[in-house]
Design a protein around this ligand. Structure first.
Ligand SMILES: *Cc1c(COP(=O)(O)O)cnc(C)c1O
Length: 487
């Protein structure tokens, strides 16, 4: 047993040995200076840096930087990040990112994150963080207004679209009070174009043994409402329990939007939950060029929209909106004895009552700060620019001999493929992708549409402009010539 004097000496010793956790003001300035030097170099070069870096070791060297007992300098740390983390693979901050669904990386979000991390305000529970909670609720209300959701709707800022889809699907399950004995007879409807995170969410939500009906699509890859209605009627006749329809507001392959209005009609006649995955497409509600395509989105029961896609935020921010706040609360709230002080002082609904999360990153700031700094008009203009750039690409690619295009782009995704005079078209297009990746100026991806290897151009980065699309066209033309001469 130590006496009190020894105890104090020991405590002080530990305090001294942990002092690296609190840098001095001078040290903070030095650390910040180094970080800002790096990020400013990065940003000053961003329009000329490659969109993709093929590298032999793919950053394997980072394993030599495991955690050790002793501190390292900020120079060493930044050097490790620069060489092994930043360089290899995709550069998602580049406007040349034209594959999958591009993200963004707004500067204002970095400022929001910096502020959030320094203050470390608690954003899970109203009592502890009334400011952050009001801010998140205000932003969710703003998202509800964009979607046209009623006063009684609620929302949650999530880590991304996948968790947002999960939250929507779990809310549907609880709203229909599905018990495990009901699951085998309960039916979920979607098209084959539903994002794979939907399948994942269904499984994680314990609904993997529900009956899945894949509803046929029209020639523009949209669910055919009549076919949905037929399937529901047949299932009802068979004594099954249809309960959930999952639609897409912007599919990943082609950016197609299911006919949301007609599907909402069908859902209300049959009393089904309508969950809409607008992770990619829903923010095009802010674009007067394509808003009409999303007609009926306001009638869905739950909606996913990803600010780290359509609002150009850095990765880590999705959102889910639920038309009926009570249902969202019922599915997610929980109390505990140690929460009693908080529960007694609840003036606004707390995010932890609407989500699987409790403690969470103060995400609202990384959304709010860039929106306030740039103003909504800048975002509307950028979204319109993306729509027109896609149409521009769609026209221009057809002027290059041998390219054919898929459906006219509904939102900001165009599909196309090259038809060679000789040989297998699928192989030729696969080679185009290989050569484009090797080149790195732009990053493009492919998919399979109607059984054919098809190239995609997805325009959603705030740094993608007319000259980026011209570069992409040039790269494609160059690679086709190269492959033709090197068969
Ligand atoms: C990106 C995307 C998702 C998944 O969202 P994450 O934010 O990547 O988790 C789901 N659905 C669609 C349509 C998407 O585009």
């Amino acid at each position: 047993m130590m006496d009190n004097f020894d105890l104090e000496i020991k405590i002080k010793e530990y305090q001294d040995n942990s002092s690296n956790l609190e840098p001095t003001p001078e040290m903070r300035a030095y650390l910040l200076g180094n970080v800002i030097n790096y990020t400013e170099d990065f940003l000053r070069q961003i329009y000329t840096l490659p969109a993709f870096n093929e590298s032999a070791d793919n950053g394997r060297g980072i394993i030599n930087y495991n955690i050790t007992d002793q501190p390292e300098s900020i120079e060493q740390i930044i050097d490790a990040i620069s060489t092994h983390v930043d360089k290899p693979g995709l550069n998602p901050a580049s406007g040349g990112h034209l594959a999958y669904i591009p993200g963004g990386g707004l500067f204002g979000s970095a400022l929001g994150d910096y502020l959030a991390d320094i203050m470390n305000k608690y954003s899970g529970v109203y009592f502890a963080g009334p400011g952050p909670v009001r801010l998140e609720n205000m932003l969710c209300r703003w998202l509800c207004d964009i979607a046209g959701y009623p006063e009684n709707a609620a929302g949650n800022l999530t880590s991304g679209g996948s968790v947002a889809n999960l939250t929507g699907i779990v809310t549907a399950r609880e709203a229909f009070d599905l018990k495990s004995r009901d699951i085998e007879k309960s039916v979920i409807y979607s098209t084959v174009q539903a994002h794979h995170s939907i399948d994942k969410s269904i499984r994680i939500a314990g609904l993997g043994e529900c009956i899945r009906r894949i509803i046929p699509m029209d020639e523009r890859f949209r669910m055919i409402p009549g076919k949905l209605n037929e399937a529901i009627n047949e299932d009802k006749v068979q004594g099954l329990n249809p309960f959930l329809v999952i639609t897409s507001a912007g599919t990943t392959d082609t950016g197609s939007v299911d006919p949301l209005d007609e599907i909402s009609d069908i859902c209300s006649v049959h009393n089904l939950w309508h969950h809409c995955d607008g992770a990619y497409g829903a923010f095009f509600l802010l674009s007067d060029l394509v808003r009409d395509v999303l007609k009926g989105i306001d009638r869905t029961d739950s909606l996913v929209m990803d600010p780290h896609k359509g609002l150009f935020l850095p990765y880590g921010t999705g959102s889910v909106l639920i038309r009926d706040k009570e249902k969202m609360f019922k599915a997610h709230h929980h109390t505990a004895n140690y929460m009693q002080d908080a529960m007694a002082r609840q003036e606004e609904i707390s995010p932890h009552d609407l989500s699987p999360e409790m403690s969470k990153h103060f995400r609202a700031l990384r959304l709010w700060v860039p929106m306030k700094l740039a103003g909504l008009d800048a975002f509307k203009a950028a979204l319109n620019e993306k729509i027109l750039l896609t149409r521009y690409f769609y026209e221009k690619i057809q002027e290059i001999d041998g390219f054919e295009v898929g459906i006219y782009p509904e939102l900001s995704i165009a599909t196309y493929r090259y038809i060679p005079e000789y040989g297998d078209a699928d192989n030729f297009n696969a080679r185009i992708i290989t050569e484009v990746l090797k080149d790195g100026r732009v990053f493009l991806s492919s998919t399979i549409i109607n059984g054919r290897f098809t190239l995609r151009m997805a325009v959603l980065h705030f740094r993608t402009h007319l000259d980026t699309i011209d570069t992409a066209l040039e790269v494609l033309k160059e690679k086709v010539d190269y492959i033709k001469n090197n068969i």
